[in-house]
Design a protein around this ligand. Structure first.
Ligand code: NIG
Ligand code: FE
Length: 411
């Protein structure tokens, strides 16, 4: 291997990584490996060594006094979208609920109007800005989804925007089809017809065009209920999609049980998950993908039972849920703070959740999510003396550089 390909991040005050290369659970979730005063060697974008020895390289990044961590993974966003809903935000502050606003034709359907009215290029430009903002907070692996088109043409438009971002950006992006995100206004009172459209037209088209790896659904009272979810996910699995579910977010409908039944890669939200369903999801190997910024932004006091899930041995990931309605933040660091302060997760559990467990939930932990030999050099350099500043020094972005496969993508 030529010297040209070799990079070193030198004099790192504190290099922090999950202990486990695949996922962090039970005792491993409480731990991190910490190396002090080391150099990190990268060849061809891959981590090759952590050493205290002097290392030769043609490119040197000085990390004196700084912290290096794996770049963060955000396994649940609603990019691409366009338009904003600050008017609804004000209404919520005045006491209206998210579901009341949705019932009036606002909520998800308001963003659906904006997305349908946007050209491909407008939607792409909006998504690009969102992605760049996310990267600036330390994220280098992201999941994105459709769900604001709710007709064939516009769902495909969204998924094609994701494909273009995959092609143009030096980050790993996973794509999810969420045609069953809401019942579009033109199908109100005709839910069965919309489900038919999703199953018979949208799913086969998305599959044929290879535009998504996962199928997700908003399984919620008054939206897609248990039987609807079963129908759609059965069709999705028959076509060869892997699945995930927005489950038990607002009402304890039992979507979490379906996560286990359908062997979902992850269950999302899970605020109202029942104890017996926690066990079922653990047995099925599903990731518990918690989105506490949504709870915070919806001004609810009830968070997902992270402590219970962790103590029983669940694999916990954390995401922004970035969307213009229920969680308008690009900052995975904000999520980390809320997870510590409002869900009782330790800083170590939170770091594991936003690195290795996020990577595992996107089936990318062989490539990213920890600093181990053979993995991609996906890293953040933090201008702080200790990794705990990520949460302790809240509301401040101390990211100095974001590195993906050895290349600086933000500084
Ligand atoms: O994950 N719950 C459903 N979907 C999103 C909200 C989308 C929106 O309000 O636009 C969520 O919270
Ligand atoms: Fe969501």
């Amino acid at each position: 291997m030529g010297l040209q390909m070799r990079k070193v991040i030198k004099n790192i005050k504190q290099l922090v990584t999950p202990v486990n290369k695949k996922y962090a659970v039970k005792d491993d979730a409480k731990k991190l490996d910490i190396y002090e005063n080391v150099n990190l060697i990268i060849e061809n974008g891959i981590i090759v060594d952590i050493t205290t020895k002097e290392a030769e390289a043609n490119e040197v990044i000085d990390a004196t006094g700084k912290v290096v961590l794996p770049a963060f993974v955000d396994p649940h966003t609603h990019i691409p979208f366009i338009g904003s809903r600050e008017d609804e935000f004000n209404k919520r502050i005045m006491g209206k609920t998210y579901m009341e606003i949705a019932a009036e034709g606002g909520g998800i359907n308001s963003t659906v109007r904006s997305v349908r009215n946007a050209t491909f290029d407008e939607l792409y430009e909006a998504a690009k800005k969102d992605l760049e903002l996310m990267i600036s907070f330390g994220v280098a692996t992201v999941e994105m989804k459709s769900g604001y088109g709710l007709d064939l043409e516009n769902e495909i438009k969204q998924l094609k925007v994701i494909r273009k971002l995959q092609e143009e950006y030096h980050v790993d992006i996973k794509s999810t089809f969420l045609g069953a995100h809401e019942i579009p206004l033109e199908y109100r009172g005709k839910k069965e017809e919309y489900i038919d459209l999703v199953i018979n037209k949208m799913l086969p088209t998305v599959k044929e065009k290879g535009l998504a790896e996962y199928v997700d659904i908003f399984c919620e009272k008054g939206v897609f209920e248990i039987d609807d979810t079963k129908k759609i996910l059965t069709a999705a699995k028959d076509l060869g999609f892997k699945v995930k579910i927005h489950a038990d977010e607002i009402y304890p409908l039992g979507g979490s049980e379906l996560c286990a039944e359908f062997e979902a890669v992850s269950g999302e939200h899970l605020v109202k998950i029942k104890d017996e369903h926690i066990e079922k999801m653990i047995d099925a190997g599903c990731v518990f993908n918690l989105l506490p910024a949504t709870t915070f932004f919806l001004m609810s006091k009830e968070y997902a039972p992270a402590r219970k899930i962790l103590d029983r041995g669940g694999i916990v990931a954390l995401s922004t849920d970035l969307n213009p309605g229920s969680s308008y933040t690009h900052s995975i660091q904000m999520v980390m703070v809320i997870a510590c302060l409002n869900m009782g997760m330790t800083m170590e559990e939170v770091i594991n959740a936003v690195t290795i467990n996020g990577a595992h939930s996107l089936e990318l932990s062989d490539k990213t999510g920890s600093i181990h030999r053979g993995k991609q050099a996906d890293l953040v350099i933090l201008d702080a003396p200790d990794y705990r500043y990520l949460v302790y020094n809240f509301g401040v972005n101390r990211i100095e550089k974001v590195i993906k496969k050895g290349e600086i993508i933000f500084q």
